[in-house]
Design a protein around this ligand. Structure first.
Ligand SMILES: Nc1ncnc2c1ncn2[C@@H]1O[C@H](COP(=O)(O)OP(=O)(O)OP(=O)(O)O)[C@@H](O)[C@H]1O
Ligand SMILES: [Mg+2]
Length: 263
């Protein structure tokens, strides 16, 4: 089950999540938290779904089909976060991946300041894995991140705040390679990959957390789920359809072979 916002341009948010989960052979249910109007150049507007309606989507859907894993993306305000925490405790799913979406690729802030506090103090303890990008890790830890070492320190700080496992995503760091760093209680894994020169990276974060959630739901370890989730995103960037004038989408369906007759 994916709890996240809709991206009208189709490249990120719930649209990216459904495509990712489906292309990896799994089944996606959804609870939509917000409807954004956006294109590859930026976000135009955000309409928040009411907390009551969000909890109904989560609880009613799960009553019928129990999710193997829940991935949480954009939660715009404190009421929404509190509601989601409550509904998650009711449906009793053990595997929860939280992508603490705060800022869109174009720079639009997607969450208010009070929400950051609740995420940090109430929510991160309750999830299996939290996957902040560098700006989000900076906001959550209140420290600057400009190197691999800073990423590790921020990750350790988040573990101290009560997170069980942390993946700090390195797409935003200025370097020739991308370091994605997974911190478990007593272990640190560094995934190093070449940085692909591309403006088609819209939705990489949503896609990665959904890929990790899918692999993890099938019983793979967190480390392996992160490792192959990152590979999947890399392939999706390399096969981007080159749409849009701004940060265009990646190709979520690159794991599915499209038969010639449909081309
Ligand atoms: N240019 C790139 N080259 C290689 N890998 C990339 C690149 N950009 C992103 N990635 C991969 O995608 C992952 C997620 O990207 P990023 O760190 O930008 O997350 P994000 O900021 O949450 O994305 P989003 O804007 O979708 O929210 C990275 O951890 C990295 O593995
Ligand atoms: Mg993100």
């Amino acid at each position: 089950m994916i709890i996240a916002g809709s991206d009208s341009s189709g490249g990120a948010g719930i649209q990216a999540d459904i495509k990712t989960v489906s292309s990896l052979g799994s089944y996606a249910m959804t609870a939509i938290t917000a409807i954004t109007s956006q294109n590859t150049n930026g976000v135009h507007s955000i309409f928040n779904v009411s907390p009551a309606e969000i909890s109904k989507q989560i609880e009613f859907t799960s009553k019928d089909i129990k999710p193997d894993v829940v991935k949480v993306g954009m939660l715009s305000n404190t009421n929404v976060i509190k509601t989601v925490i409550k509904s998650l405790s009711k449906i009793k799913v053990k595997k929860i991946i939280l992508d603490p979406v705060m800022v869109a690729k174009g720079g639009t802030r997607l969450i208010d300041k009070k929400s950051v506090k609740i995420l940090r103090e109430k929510f991160i303890k309750k999830v299996t894995l939290i996957t902040p990008n560098i700006p989000e890790a900076e906001i959550l830890t209140n420290q600057k991140i400009t190197s691999k070492e800073d990423m590790i320190n921020a990750g350790k700080k988040l573990l101290k705040f009560g997170a069980k496992n942390v993946l700090i995503k390195g797409g935003h760091l200025k370097s020739k390679v991308v370091y994605d760093i997974l911190l478990e209680k007593n272990k640190i894994y560094i995934f190093k990959n070449e940085k692909i020169k591309s403006k088609y990276t819209h939705g990489t974060g949503c896609t990665l957390s959904s890929a990790i959630a899918t692999y993890y739901s099938c019983g793979k370890s967190l480390k392996r789920s992160c490792e192959i989730g990152i590979k999947y995103v890399n392939q999706a960037i390399n096969n981007a359809p080159k749409f849009g004038k701004g940060h265009g989408p990646i190709n979520h369906l690159n794991s599915i072979e499209i038969k010639k007759k449909f081309r």
